[in-house]
Structures are given as structure tokens and as C-alpha cells.
Design a protein around this ligand. Structure first.
Ligand SMILES: Cc1ncc(COP(=O)(O)O)c(C=O)c1O
Length: 409
């Protein structure tokens, strides 16, 4: 898809709007599976949290992916999209035993990341196989908010607590069929990945009935031409060799699992917003769009730098702009960026808007969440309608409020 297609979509469906290119998703899926072609059994569990529109999940299902989920709602969405329960892994953090029991009843693979729940679940359901999320204590990830495998992180069970895990497994008689880690997003250095993998292999030796080892995700995608990215091909080559060696040592062929979110959908997404106002102050030129952190919070949440292009004036002279939204708090998408001249009414395109963009959108300021389009077979398909005032009011109840006059000063 090209900028002309995007402009046509903005004209036809209005702004702000998210557009996802199916071909990019398919190419990324194929690229990742090709990189690990040396492994006999590979499972790519798409991380639903990245982009959870049910049509995206259906596309993943057709590609042969499994699903990585973190809530019972994501599990239910996956089932609705046609996934069988055994192709869904559920990796919650800090949820109740009750929710885990409900997900187990739906048949998804349970992944537990704390000793308390491990003991409670194992005691009640020793026959349900469980995966364990290990915290390998590796500092990885592009930003502290998305580095989740270090020693201070709330995620996973510490490798120093393996004796505790083994005691629980022995006492309850539960069956551990998988070992998992996820060290963080935006890993730049594959040696970090390989180092953490060695810790996982060491841990795996403690469990005799494993069926899979899940290496999580965290692949860094490029945000602009020439940007650094995880070298998937090199990682595939090196990790496959080590994995195959480990399987020999372990005495059985295991499945190598990943749970990519960003890698599969980030670059497929384009967010289109209309420029409402160009505001020249004494020091800055602001381009104010019909959006804000209610639709795209990543730049404010963890400083992600989405490329922004003026697709309706691509030949305009480049100038410096700060691109901001219409929210009643600071909502700066970009500071002093070089962008082709912006005029009121232009359409700006934010790149890498596939992962953690729509799924983090809210109705803050009582604004509608944007529509979503899937570009498939050279055609735009509306996969989520823009909200209306009815969506804002849905689930609010209207009670009779009659305050006595004397109480009003
Ligand atoms: C447990 C787990 N798996 C997978 C992912 C997906 O990571 P990414 O989008 O970097 O591929 C995340 C992201 O937060 C995660 O927490």
C-alpha cells in the first residue's frame, strides 16, 4: 500500500483512523518462521495485546500462528476468532486464581509466574499441565517500562527460586510441560537473547516432561529507514543450532515458541490524523492534529519516536514542527521534527502504528476511539467503526438525581 491509498482512505473514512497492511503482517510472519526453519517444531504465538482486532486474529490464525494472551478476555477473543484452545497460551501477571481456573476450563495452556498461584493451582489441579515463566534476571529492553526480566521486575519466578518451584512440583505432583521467559521489548543485541536462552536451557533441565520452551519476544523493529533492528536471521541461525543441541541433550524434540507482537504488526500500521491548527508561537511551530494520547499514547508513555509524514503535501519545503494533539494535557507526539510544510487540513501519517497503539486507546476527554481499516488484496476493509456518542454512554446508567435545594449553596 502507498501514501495515495492512505490518503484515499482518510478521505473516504475520515480521520483519525488506523490502517493496517495485511501484506506486511504476512511478510513478517514468513520472515520469522523462515529464520527458524532449522527447528523441527516452531510455534509463533502472536501477542494479542499488540493489536487485538478480531480480524487481525483471524489473519494470524490463517497464517498458522498460535496466540499469546494475558487476560481471559484475550483468550475469549482468540476462541471467537477461530483458534482452538490448545493453540492459546495464557501468560497473566498478578491475576486471581479464579481467572486462571476459568481460563484452564476453556482449555488454554496456563503459564504461571508466581509461587503462590503455582502452589494453589498445582494443589487443586495436578492433572492440568502448566508452563512456568522464569525471570532470568537479564536487563534487556529499550526502556525501563518495557524491561521485564531484570531482578527488580514483577514478572516471572526468579531463577534463584528454582528450588522452591521444584518443591511445589514435587509436593503437588503437578506436570510442568513448558518453560517460558520474556525479558522485554526492543532488544537491540541478540547476544543478550542468547545469554538469557542459556539460562532457560539450564532451568529446563530440572523438568523432565517439557513439551516446549517459550523464549518470549522483544524483537526490535526499525522506526525509520536505516534504524537499528534485531537481526532476526542471525538470531534464527544461532538460536536454532543451540536449541537443536539442547533437544539432543534433553533427549526429546521440543517445540520452540516465540510470542511476537511488535515484530508482526508494528510496521503494518499507519495512523492518519488531520491537522486542525498550525500555531506559530514565539519559539515553536505547532501542528495540532485531531488526536492525542487518547489514541496514541506510546510517545508519552515510553518515548517512542514514530515517524510522521505529511502525506498530503509530500513535496512541500521541509520545516520544523512540534506535532501535538488536542488533549487538555501535554500530548506531544514529536518535538521540532523536520516535516514537509504543514497546512491546516493536511493529513499526517504516523508510522509503526500497528502495535500497542489502538489497543492502548481510550475515551479520555470523551473523544471517540478511531476507526480501523485492514488493507487486504488492494482494498480497504473497515474492521472497526468509529465510535459515536452511544459508545461513550454505553454501560452508563441514568439515575434520578434530585438534590434538595437547601444543600446547594
Ligand atoms: C509476556 C509477553 N510476551 C510477548 C510480548 C510481546 O512483545 P513484543 O511486542 O515486543 O514482541 C509482551 C509484551 O509486552 C509480553 O509481555
Amino acid at each position: 500500500m502507498n501514501n495515495k491509498d492512505l490518503l484515499n482512505i482518510a478521505r473516504e473514512y475520515g480521520s483519525p483512523i488506523y490502517v493496517y497492511d495485511a501484506e506486511t503482517i504476512i511478510n513478517q510472519y514468513n520472515r520469522l518462521s523462515t529464520a527458524f526453519h532449522q527447528v523441527a517444531s516452531l510455534r509463533l504465538n502472536y501477542a494479542v495485546k499488540a493489536l487485538s482486532n478480531v480480524n487481525i486474529l483471524k489473519l494470524m490464525n490463517q497464517l498458522g500462528a498460535g496466540l499469546d494472551t494475558v487476560s481471559i478476555q484475550e483468550v475469549k477473543l482468540g476462541l471467537l476468532a477461530g483458534f482452538t484452545a490448545e493453540r492459546i497460551i495464557y501468560t497473566p501477571n498478578g491475576v486471581s486464581l479464579k481467572e486462571i481456573e476459568e481460563v484452564a476450563a476453556l482449555g488454554a495452556q496456563i503459564n504461571i509466574d508466581n509461587l503462590s498461584i503455582l502452589e494453589q493451582f498445582g494443589s487443586k489441579y495436578p492433572d492440568i499441565p502448566v508452563c512456568i515463566r522464569i525471570n532470568p534476571h537479564v536487563m534487556a529492553g529499550g526502556n525501563t517500562n518495557i524491561s521485564v526480566g531484570h531482578i527488580d521486575s514483577k514478572f516471572g519466578i526468579s531463577i534463584h527460586q528454582i528450588p522452591h518451584i521444584l518443591r511445589i512440583v514435587e509436593n503437588t505432583g503437578m506436570n510442568i510441560n513448558g518453560i517460558h521467559m520474556h525479558t522485554g521489548s526492543d532488544i537491540l543485541d541478540i547476544d543478550v537473547f542468547l545469554y538469557a536462552s542459556e539460562i532457560l536451557f539450564e532451568t529446563a533441565k530440572n523438568f523432565k516432561n517439557l513439551e516446549f520452551i517459550d523464549f518470549g519476544s522483544g524483537f526490535k523493529v526499525p522506526y525509520k529507514p536505516g534504524d537499528i533492528e534485531t537481526n532476526i536471521e542471525e538470531l534464527g541461525e544461532k538460536l536454532s543450532v543451540r536449541f537443536n543441541e539442547f533437544c539432543k541433550e534433553y533427549g526429546r524434540d521440543l517445540t520452540l515458541a516465540f510470542e511476537p507482537g511488535k515484530f508482526l504488526v508494528s510496521e503494518a500500521g499507519h495512523f492518519l490524523a488531520n491537522v486542525n491548527v498550525v500555531k506559530q508561537t514565539t519559539s515553536t511551530v505547532f501542528a495540532q492534529v485531531d488526536s492525542g494520547f487518547n489514541h496514541l499514547i506510546r510517545p508519552m508513555l515510553y518515548g517512542s519516536q514514530h515517524q510522521i509524514e505529511n502525506i498530503s503535501n509530500p513535496d512541500g519545503k521541509e520545516r520544523f514542527y512540534s506535532v501535538v494533539g488536542y488533549i487538555c494535557e501535554t500530548d506531544t507526539f514529536a518535538n521540532n521534527r523536520r516535516i514537509n510544510e504543514i497546512r491546516e487540513g493536511d493529513i499526517l501519517c504516523f508510522r509503526n502504528a500497528g502495535a500497542y497503539c489502538f489497543t492502548m486507546a481510550s475515551n479520555y476527554n470523551s473523544r471517540y476511539r478511531p476507526a480501523e481499516i485492514l488493507w487486504l488484496d488492494q482494498q480497504a476493509h473497515l474492521i472497526r467503526k468509529r465510535e459515536t456518542i452511544d459508545d461513550i454512554l454505553r454501560n452508563q446508567t441514568d439515575i434520578n438525581i434530585a438534590i434538595e435545594k437547601e444543600k446547594v449553596t
